[in-house]
Design a protein around this ligand. Structure first.
Ligand code: SF4
Length: 362
């Protein structure tokens, strides 16, 4: 009896044409529909390589084969009065697994920025836990950022300080911060299942204040929190409608003791790839960064995430460990991609012969 190879092959050819037609449409400047975005999330395993190949054509048009490294500096951890269900830094979380500390001293922040430079990352993301910064915290962040920029003028500094007033956003810009991170996290319709102490609208207001202050925007979300496919698509479209330059895509790391500790099996490595492809199709020109939960959820498929995405976090996340920078660089280079390198002092792009190896950070 003959094997049904023809049927499989016909189906694959059909799906290949479908996803490449969608990439053609995006490359010609026409946005995908919500139905198409949903179809990406619900595509068959048999179609995965074609979906990835089509998303890669879009990634390649705007970002070539370059991978940008971001480096997180967790300058204040825990003690947060907010109740974000995914977050181990909330005071409602009963996790014993994380370090909790007040805002680092100026010297400690500078030391961590040095580790960022040593890692070879081009963006340093300065993060503090909390609903929003106090006046004292604002002043220390401003001071530290001024010093970091004095030593490394070409190192991009991104701040993630919680909800901000328009005046605080202007002060950060004046201190030398280039970008503000403030994630939408999920769709408007699902937001109250994730957090009740502030609203989706509060988050959008902070993004608007940052944009008004002249800051570049970084905003993304977390998949795997129990949201529906439609809600994931809704978030991707909300981000597409905002002037966001960079989209971190996190996969829920269900830390024991958090309200979402039970959500350990909401994602598979292949679904994570489909999610990244959906973000690439819906936000073709924006930086898409594979973020928290990368190692945990993508596992052996991690390198494939770089076909739709063009950036990653190097080293550790806020309260969980990532793989080493050396492993990240090896993964990128073995794929035939290159790490974005910018001299943090003069902004030059070093040649591959003169670029220092990124070794110091984990
Ligand atoms: S506001 Fe930030 S630090 Fe606080 S619980 Fe929410 S995510 Fe965590």
């Amino acid at each position: 009896m003959s094997l049904p190879l023809t049927a499989v092959s016909d189906s694959a050819v059909f799906s290949s044409a479908r996803w490449h037609a969608l990439a053609d449409q995006v490359l010609a400047g026409t946005a995908v529909s919500r139905e198409d975005a949903l179809a990406v999330l619900r595509s068959e395993d048999l179609e995965l390589l074609d979906v990835l190949a089509a998303a890669y054509r879009i990634r390649h048009r705007y970002f070539g084969n370059v991978v940008k490294l971001n480096f997180l500096v967790n300058a204040k951890s825990g003690h947060c009065p907010e109740d974000c269900g995914y977050c181990s830094q909330s005071r409602f979380a009963k996790t014993t697994e994380i370090e909790r500390y007040k805002l680092n001293s100026r010297e400690e922040i500078l030391e961590k920025a040095e580790a960022c430079v040593a890692s070879g990352a081009t963006t340093c993301c300065l993060v503090i836990s909390g609903r929003g910064p106090t006046e004292k915290e604002m002043q220390r962040v401003e001071e530290a950022v001024r010093e970091v920029k004095a030593s490394y003028p070409a190192l991009k500094v991104c701040a993630c300080l919680g909800l901000l007033t328009p005046e605080q956003a202007v002060r950060l810009k004046d201190a030398g911060v280039e970008r503000l991170n403030h994630n939408l996290n999920t769709s408007q319709g699902f937001y109250d299942k994730v957090c009740t102490t502030h609203t989706y609208e509060d988050r959008v207001a902070t993004l608007e204040a940052a944009k008004h202050a002249g800051l570049s925007l970084c905003s993304g979300g977390i998949a795997g929190m129990g949201e529906s496919d439609e809600q994931l698509v809704e978030m991707a479209f909300a981000l597409a409608a905002l002037p966001v330059d960079s989209i971190p895509v996190n996969f829920l790391h269900a830390v024991p003791g958090t309200a979402m500790e039970h959500l350990t099996d909401t994602l598979t490595p292949r679904q994570c790839l489909r999610i990244l492809c959906m973000f690439r199709f819906t936000n073709p020109t924006r930086e898409v960064r594979v973020s928290g939960g990368r190692e945990l959820h993508l596992r052996t498929l991690q390198p494939m995430s770089l076909y739709p995405a063009n950036a990653i976090f190097a080293a550790d996340y806020l309260t969980t460990e990532g793989q080493s920078v050396a492993q990240d660089v090896a993964m990128i280079e073995e794929l035939g991609f290159t790490v974005e390198r910018v001299d943090p002092v003069d902004g030059d792009v070093p040649s591959s012969e003169t670029a220092p190896p990124p070794v110091a950070a984990r």
